[in-house]
Ligand binder design. Structure first.
Ligand code: GLA
Length: 374
C-alpha cells in the first residue's frame, strides 16, 4: 500500500514537472505561409516568450511579419507594418520587415570596382542599386531554440553573380526572441571570392501599433554626433557632417516630427529623414546602444543595439496608402525604420568602414531590438 502511494506520488511529480517544463518552454509554432508564384513552399514561424511577446517570421525574405509587444498596461499590439499574405510580399516594394542584402541601401550608378574589376548591378532606384534581392528569396529554415529563447535559423546561398555581385555567398540569419523582450538578429556570412556585403533588417516600427496613425509624436534618440549627408539621389557625398544645431541632432531624445518639415536642404532631399547616422561606437564590432524610440501614449520603449557602424533612419516618406495587415492603410510617416548597417555606397568611399568580405573571413554582426515600457 505504502509502496503504491509512493509510486503514485512519484508519477504525479514527474507529470507536474513535465507540465511545468512544457509551460516554460512552449515549442515554436510553424504554419504554412503559402506557395510562391513559382511554386516554392513558405512557412511562418511563431516565436513566443514567457511575457506574451510574439514574433512571426517567414522564411520568405527572412521577413518579420508581426511583432506583438505589450504596452504599459499589458495590452498587446503588433508594432511592425506588413502584409497578411505572401502574394503581397512578393509584389511589394517597401521591404516590410525583410532581411535586406546583398547590399542594404544604395550603391551609386549601380556599379562598384573591387580588385580592379568593375561589377555592374541592376538599377532599381533611378540610376542606383538599392537593397538587393534577399527579401524576395525563399530561405532554408531550422528551429535552433535554446536556453536564451526560441530561435529560428535562416540560411541562403547567393550564387556567384547573383544581382551582379561576385562570389558564392553563404548567409545565415538567426532570429532569437528572449525572455528579456529582445528580438535578437545574428548575421553571418562567408564567400569564395572577394565581394562586398551589407546586411540589415527593414522592420517598419510604429510603437502605437501598426496602422494606428503616424509616428510624428513618437520620440527618438540616436547616439551619433555625425551623419552622412546625401545628394539628390540619396547617395552620400562622402562628408561626415556634425549634427549639431541641425534637425539631424537626435543626441537627446526628440519628437520625430518636431523638425521634419524644416526648411533644410538635407530633409528636402530625403523628403523627410532617410539618412545614415555615424554611430559614436568607438569599438567597432561590439554591441552598442545605437538608438531609443519611445511612444509616450502607449509607454512602449524600443532600444536598438548593434555591432554595425551606421544606422539609417527612414521615416516612411514613400508610404502612400498601402493596404497592409488587418486592412490597415499605411500612409506617409506611419512608421520609422532603424536600419543598422554599414554606410550606403561604401564601395566607392574608401574612407567609410569597409564592406569587403574575403574568402577565409567570417562576417558576423548582431542587432538587438529590445522592448520595455515606462
Ligand atoms: C530604405 C531607403 C528608402 C526607401 C526604403 C524602402 O530605407 O533608404 O529610401 O527606399 O528603403 O521604401
Amino acid at each position: 500500500m505504502v509502496k503504491l502511494r509512493v509510486t503514485a506520488t512519484f508519477i504525479m511529480a514527474v507529470i507536474s514537472v513535465s507540465v511545468l517544463q512544457a509551460e516554460a518552454n512552449p515549442k515554436m509554432q510553424k504554419q504554412s505561409f503559402g506557395k510562391t508564384e513559382d511554386g516554392q513552399q513558405t512557412d511562418l514561424y511563431i516565436l513566443t516568450n514567457k511575457n506574451g511577446m510574439e514574433a512571426a517570421v517567414t522564411n520568405y525574405g527572412g521577413t518579420v511579419v508581426t511583432l506583438k509587444v505589450p504596452d504599459r498596461n499589458g495590452k498587446i499590439d503588433d508594432v511592425v507594418l506588413g502584409y497578411d499574405k505572401l502574394e503581397d510580399y512578393e509584389a511589394g516594394k517597401a521591404y516590410f520587415g525583410a532581411t535586406v542584402g546583398r547590399y542594404a541601401n544604395r550603391i551609386a550608378h549601380a556599379k562598384f570596382t573591387l580588385d580592379g574589376v568593375t561589377y555592374t548591378l541592376p538599377k532599381n532606384d533611378g540610376d542606383n542599386h538599392l537593397h538587393g534581392v534577399f527579401n524576395k528569396r525563399v530561405w532554408n529554415a531550422k528551429d535552433v531554440s535554446g536556453s536564451t529563447g526560441q530561435a529560428l535559423e535562416l540560411t541562403y546561398v547567393s550564387k556567384d553573380g547573383e544581382d551582379g555581385f561576385p562570389g558564392n555567398l553563404s548567409v545565415k540569419v538567426v532570429y532569437t526572441l528572449t525572455d528579456q523582450n529582445e528580438l535578437k538578429i545574428d548575421y553571418s556570412a562567408t564567400t569564395d571570392k572577394d565581394t562586398v556585403l551589407n546586411l540589415t533588417n527593414h522592420c517598419y516600427f510604429n510603437l502605437a501599433g501598426q496602422g494606428n496613425g503616424d509616428i510624428l509624436q513618437q520620440q527618438l534618440m540616436i547616439r551619433a554626433d555625425r551623419f552622412t549627408p546625401v545628394d539628390a539621389t540619396l547617395i552620400p557625398t562622402g562628408e561626415l557632417r556634425s549634427v549639431k544645431g541641425s534637425p539631424f541632432d537626435f543626441t537627446t531624445s526628440t519628437v520625430i516630427g518636431a523638425r521634419i518639415n524644416q526648411d533644410d536642404e538635407q530633409l528636402k532631399l530625403g523628403k523627410g529623414y532617410d539618412h545614415n547616422w555615424v554611430l559614436n561606437n568607438s569599438t567597432a564590432g561590439s554591441l552598442y546602444i545605437a538608438a531609443q524610440a519611445y511612444d509616450p501614449h502607449s509607454g512602449r520603449l524600443l532600444e536598438v543595439s548593434t555591432t554595425e557602424p551606421g544606422l539609417q533612419l527612414y521615416t516612411g516618406n514613400f508610404l502612400d496608402g498601402i493596404r497592409g495587415k488587418a486592412g490597415k492603410i499605411y500612409n506617409r510617416r506611419y512608421a520609422f525604420c532603424l536600419e543598422t548597417q554599414h554606410f550606403p555606397d561604401s564601395p566607392t568611399h574608401p574612407q567609410f568602414p569597409s564592406t569587403v568580405l574575403k574568402p577565409g573571413q567570417q562576417f558576423h554582426s548582431t542587432t538587438v531590438y529590445k522592448f520595455s515600457t515606462k
